[in-house]
Design a protein around this ligand. Structure first.
Ligand code: XLS
Ligand code: CA
Ligand code: CA
Length: 439
């Protein structure tokens, strides 16, 4: 078989003192942390679209990176070359999962969905054949229901019933492919499910139609043997001015209202959290509180830019806080999918590897430090103590919901004035984190 990355060796763990750019400094796959190997905690995945398809094209200029892999783009030969290159790439990094949209793995026939589906059959057969005997699996599958002009007014939220049916047809095929490839999850990201202006929008109808498609997808998936999780990936905007799955709290409310919360969970993307005005940690905490933790799209944004930059994550403070939430919630059912792309000028094959090494090491270090914060115990002990007024007496009655409004008022009257609720000690807690991070 052709080697696509002949200058890149297998990437190994060499430890933090290594200066080898093609080695892991922190990611040691088999190292055990809090009872599981790093590899089991992190379940890293490659996003087909950014790594094998995106060539650096942006709104102001053409692509800068060559992702032809020796074939003519737009052909089935190219689709197959991407499979071969992707497998070599994952093997060299020790990544066991991939995520893809239908449109990433083979070219769509613009005139006939039947031909598109035939191509999907051919390429999924090829993926199965090439991954056979390896430990490479599909983390999650999804459908691109945002690029084609037919989705300009939305997919499941389109004003056109014909377009709604095309979205449904794609989802049906997407679920069949997910089952065929043994995917652990199926993602809905509603890039066009929202609006540009309320002047032309029937929000109630659109949201009801989205719920109908989700319900039918759930039922069909279960019927054909999909046992994994369905995920919603919240994002507040971009490309639409407003997207219905604004953030985790909004999406979870929608699922509960429509009876979908037993089958669906969240796929939280770091950069989408910040676009919604939240931290990555906040979105993960909401999932933990609501028992909706599913999978993560690992990347980061740029605080100086207001858009979805999908940068490889290197901010260890953020990866630590994310892993802290994930560990405390009992881990991820999915994994960490690098929905991240090289910066446009980082355009060589080596850069593709440097990017993954940077992201994998940032999360490995985050995992190590999050475990240290939990084992250190100062943060957890502080929080427990901060709420200790609820462990007995009147506080316990509040927790048990056995208090009446009259009783609470009588308690206040007896006290005349409450004692200070105590310092929040934010600065102290931040030094505890820094002390652990930099020791
Ligand atoms: C775009 C999203 C998209 C989803 C999958 O912002 O991140 O890539 O993850 O459709
Ligand atoms: Ca994403
Ligand atoms: Ca994104």
């Amino acid at each position: 078989m052709n080697e696509f990355f002949p200058n890149i060796p297998e990437i190994r763990f060499e430890g933090k003192d290594s200066k080898n750019p093609l080695a892991f400094k922190y990611y040691d796959a088999k190292k055990v942390i809090m009872g599981k190997t790093m590899e089991e905690h992190l379940n890293f995945a490659m996003a087909w679209w950014h790594n094998l398809c995106a060539n650096g094209v942006d709104m102001f200029g053409a692509g800068t990176a060559d992702k032809s892999f020796g074939a003519i783009p737009g052909t089935m030969e190219h689709a197959k070359a991407k499979v071969d290159a992707g497998i070599e790439f994952m093997k060299k990094l020790g990544i066991k999962y991939y995520c893809f949209h239908d449109a990433d793995i083979c070219p769509e026939d613009p005139e006939d969905i039947n031909e598109t589906n035939r191509r999907l059959d051919e390429i999924t057969d090829y993926i199965l054949e090439k991954t056979k005997g390896t430990d490479i699996k599909c983390l999650w599958a999804t459908c691109n229901m945002f690029s084609n002009p037919r989705f300009m007014n939305g997919a499941a939220s389109s004003n056109s019933a014909d377009v709604w049916c095309f979205a449904a047809a794609q989802v049906k095929k997407g679920l069949e492919n997910a089952v065929k490839l043994g995917a652990k999850g199926y993602v809905f990201w509603g890039g066009r499910e929202g609006y540009e202006t309320l002047l032309n929008t029937d929000m109630k109808l659109e949201q009801e139609n989205i719920a109908t498609l989700f319900s039918l997808a759930r039922d069909y998936g279960r019927k054909i043997g999909f046992t994994g999780d369905f995920y919603i990936e919240p994002k507040p905007k971009e490309p639409m001015k407003h997207q219905y799955d604004f953030d985790a709290a909004t999406a979870i409310g929608f699922l509960r209202k429509n009876g979908l919360d037993k089958d669906f969970r969240m796929n939280i993307e770091a950069n989408h959290a910040t676009l919604a005005g939240h931290t990555f940690q906040h979105e993960l905490r909401v999932c933990a509180v609501e028992d909706m933790m599913g999978s993560v799209d690992a990347n980061m944004g740029d605080t100086l830019l207001g858009w979805d930059t999908d940068q490889f994550p290197t901010n260890v403070y953020d990866t630590t806080m994310a892993m802290y939430e994930i560990l405390k919630a009992g881990g991820l059912r999915g994994g960490l999918n690098f929905d991240s792309k090289n910066r446009r000028p980082s355009n060589t094959p080596e850069d593709m590897f440097y990017a993954f090494i940077s992201g994998m090491d940032a999360f490995a270090l985050g995992l190590i430090k999050a475990a240290e914060i939990i084992e250190d115990g100062r943060i957890d002990a502080f929080v427990k103590d901060r709420y200790s007024s609820y462990s007995d007496g009147i506080g316990k009655k509040i927790r048990d919901r056995s208090i009446t409004l009259e009783e609470a008022a009588a308690h206040a009257a007896e006290l005349k004035k409450p004692a200070s609720p105590g310092s929040g000690r934010q600065e102290y807690l931040e030094t505890v984190v820094n002390n652990i991070l930099f020791s």
